[in-house]
Every structure is written in C-alpha cells, then in structure tokens.
Design a protein. Sequence first.
Length: 297
Amino acid sequence: MKTIGFIGLGHMGGPMALNLLKAGYKLKVFDLVPSALKKLSEAGASTTASAMDAANDVDVLITMLPSSPHVKQLYQGESGIIKTISGQPLIIDCSTIAPDTAREVSIAASKRGFDMLDAPVSGGVAGAEAGTLTFIVGGETKALERGRSILECMGKNIFHAGDHGAGQVAKICNNMLLAIQMIGTAEALQLGVNNGLDPTVLSNIMNKSSGNNWSLELYNPYPGVMENVPASREYEGGFLVDLMSKDLGLAMEATLSSKSTTPMGALAKSLYTLHSSQGHGSLDFSSIQKLFTKADN
C-alpha cells in the first residue's frame, strides 16, 4: 500500500485528503491549523508535527497551499523539502500559483532527482468533497502516469496541459474567464430586475438562449433563484472573493510576462478588488452580484 504525504488541509485539501483515505491509502498529514489535523486524525490519517515529517519516507507528496510564496518557502526555503527530504516521492503540487513559480520549483526538484507535477484543480469545495475535481496538470507524461491513479481518487477529469507550469497557465485562463462570466451574468440579471423582471424568469430565458453559461446555469449569483448555491445562503462558503482576486492577479502577471492583451481580465480584477475592499473578501465570488444592486450603489 502506498503512503501519501499531504500538506495543506484547508477547504480544498482537507476533503481531498479524506477521499484518499476512503480509497485505502495511508496518509501522513500536516497543517498549521490544529482543527484540520484533528479531523484527518479522526478519519484515520497519521498527523505529523511538521511539514518535513509529512514529506519524509512517502511514495507520493501532495501539497495544497494558498499562494506562490508559500510554495516557494516550503520547497525552496532555508529548510526546503527538496533539499532535505528522505525517499524519492512523486511530488504533486495542487496549489494555484504563478506559472513561473511552478516552473522554478519543478526545475529545482528535477535537479534533486524528483518527478514533480503542477496540478491545480477546478471544481470548488463541492468537487473536492465529492471527489469530482478536474486536475489541470503540467509536467512530464511519465510523472503524470505515475500519479494518475491517485489523482483519480480525488477527481473525475485529468487533463495534461503540457510541460511544467502549463497546468497553472490553463488554470488561471479558466478562472479569468469564469470571473468575466460571473460579472457579466450578475450585471445582466440586475439590469433585468431593475427593469421589472423576475430574476428566476430571466434566468430561465437566458439558460435557453445564447447568453447561457456555467455561472448562470449551475451557480446562479442572484439570491433565491437556485437552491444549494452560495447566493441562497448569503454567499457563505464556496470560492472566496479574495481567492478569485488572487487568481486574477496571477492572470495579470502572466499577461505582463507574455505581453498579452486582456482588457476584460483587467476589468474583472479591478471589480473584484473593489468588491473585496467593500468588506466582501470572505464571501463567495458570486457575491459580485452585490456590486450591482441598488442598495450597494
């Protein structure tokens, strides 16, 4: 039986680790939050006192961390894992970070003889809990095949985007488009409501028309239109505004480094930054609807 080290047990990492336990893998886990460790311990994982302890003597190491600096510190810091880790695990970083950071860390890992994948995910907390995530993978084919069976325990779609960093590029392109769609959906719904339409009726019309999109059909941002989405629970849970803003920031970094033109992405970043500054950073990203309501204007 393979032993997996898992570092980062937050809203996404925790459910992902639980699904690996359900699949029968042995887990060594670490997180800075004691309650997260307790939950995994009660489910059967072995908790460790440090990230290094979780990474030592495992077959596969998975990390799910908040940002590029966290990933760089863990892997390349003064006591970085790739400098001192024992064993020869496949390393899979599922964090959403800058493509350049993913490439840098992967190259450093390769020089130490480790296979490493950048494998950011799409599907949100619900997908993490259900084991239906989409993994967007960058790295060598042989490394992906080495880890495919493990990824399949946590997700239903696995795409090989290309070489190191490609998974991150694809992820930030996807999230930039998602942000643009969500803003446009919220804006259109509010325009209809302001002109006397019922938001549910308008949503049904647009769902069967050329304006249909994922945000409208499966994650409607207008309160009361759809059950079991954040808009129906005061935008609690889900994918936070501040995380979307972070991902849009990564997209803007990629825009600059590649000399691309992304005016809609830049506007989306500006609007989500504004929304966060109004005290909504910890709400789900569909709460951008609030930016267009008359009460908030």
